[in-house]
Ligand binder design. Structure first.
Ligand SMILES: Cc1cc2nc3c(=O)[nH]c(=O)nc-3n(C[C@H](O)[C@H](O)[C@H](O)COP(=O)(O)OP(=O)(O)OC[C@H]3O[C@@H](n4cnc5c(N)ncnc54)[C@H](O)[C@@H]3O)c2cc1C
Length: 342
């Protein structure tokens, strides 16, 4: 009897989780291994701002009970970092040296916060918001009513900023070219959205490049951000919110094509027939415009994971890259974005 197929998924976010569920539905006998650097099983990252409303117990964050994985015979390996993929020998190498073979590999490794080049050496002085652990660290380090300085103002950051203002913190937004990422809007609309943020209580510093971040003194502010014109802004935490870069480092020797993300065809297959990709990590071929494009957004990445998994099992469905992308203000002046639709 042939041994069951072994599907390995890198990443336990929305794309990876959707894929694992689909693979199990499609084949009750296959082996499914999910590798993740996360410490928690699957949760909805868009819920993380709610930590500031007191929803800070990790158990409340989980999207499914921890038993879900055993019940569905999905081997979830947490705190496991994949450092290399060998696309010819069909195996992945983990940071602790173990290698794991696969019949098919689905890469759903998402993205990490982009930090402007001139500030990368200041990363240790910044607070990320990409995971439960990161947002909990922010929550602990930001004193009640304290001051958070956001650099960038992508849609993930704006969501968090609005929550902070609502829950009694003060927020300064220093804009960058990535403000409102992943939306691309006219200057006129950008101005209106920034004005709406100011109306909500965010202090907007527009068109002044941040050039330095320093740790303040014990007596004064914990962080000092210096702008190009010499202005200094004091705060308690600094949060980079300049969009995402795809997490592809471990794929560089896998022998698949990479531009900024993993390049995939509309069925989400890479240039290696055993390797697929879904979610924020991949750039999908848009045959109409003849370009590879990212399709960020929660709804999209979940659909990508499910679709890639189905295609790995033999269906042939294309991902529709014409995803809705809209940001506006409603009549009450609230920001409405397709990125925030779940
Ligand atoms: C605070 C916050 C709020 C958000 N709000 C919204 C929102 O309102 N709407 C929206 O559309 N999106 C939102 N997002 C973005 C959304 O979460 C992402 O688009 C989505 O999570 C991407 O899913 P993914 O499965 O592609 O990757 P991710 O969810 O980023 O998951 C990546 C996975 O890959 C794993 N991984 C990465 N590298 C390795 C490696 N080398 N080895 C092993 N595992 C690895 C990680 O541990 C993780 O499990 C928000 C994100 C955050 C952080």
């Amino acid at each position: 009897m042939a041994s069951p197929l072994h599907h390995v998924i890198i990443g336990s976010g929305s794309a990876g989780f959707g894929a694992a569920v689909t693979l199990r539905k499609g084949d009750p006998d296959c082996r499914i291994s999910m590798m993740t650097m996360d410490s928690l099983p699957f949760y909805n990252r868009y819920d993380l701002p709610q930590i500031f409303q007191g929803r800070s117990d990790w158990r409340d964050m989980l999207a499914v009970p921890p038993t879900f994985f055993d019940e569905n015979r999905i081997t979830l390996r947490r705190h496991n970092r994949v450092v290399e993929v060998d696309g010819v020998a069909r195996r992945i190498r983990l940071a602790h040296q173990e290698t794991v073979g696969f019949d098919t590999l689905l890469v759903c490794s998402g993205g990490r916060a982009y930090v402007p080049e001139n500030l990368t050496d200041k990363l240790p002085l910044m607070h990320g918001m990409g995971s439960y652990e990161a947002v909990m660290r922010l929550y602990r380090d930001l004193p009640q009513g304290g001051h958070a300085i956001f650099i960038g103002g992508d849609m993930i950051g704006i969501d968090l900023m609005l929550m902070l203002v609502k829950t009694g913190y003060s927020v300064t937004l220093i804009t960058t070219p990535q403000t409102l990422w992943p939306h691309e809007v006219s200057d006129e609309k950008r101005g209106k959205i920034l004005a709406a943020l100011a109306d909500k209580g965010v202090t907007v510093v527009d068109s002044a490049r941040p050039v330095g971040i320093d740790a303040g003194s014990d007596q004064g502010a914990a962080r000092v951000v210096t702008l190009e014109d010499g202005t200094e802004i004091n705060g308690d935490v600094v949060v980079p919110a300049c969009g995402l870069v795809a997490s592809v480092e471990f794929m560089l020797r896998a022998g698949v094509d990479i531009e900024r993300g993993l390049l995939v065809n509309p069925e989400l297959g890479t240039s290696n027939e055993a390797i697929w990709a879904a979610g924020d990590v991949c750039q999908i071929w848009n045959d109409e415009d003849k370009v590879y494009q990212f399709c960020h957004g929660w709804k999209n990445v979940r659909i990508m994971g499910e679709l890639a998994a189905g295609n790995m099992q033999g269906t042939h469905r294309d991902f529709d890259v014409r995803v809705e992308d809209r940001i506006d203000l409603d009549e009450a002046g609230n920001i409405v974005s397709t990125f925030w639709e779940h």
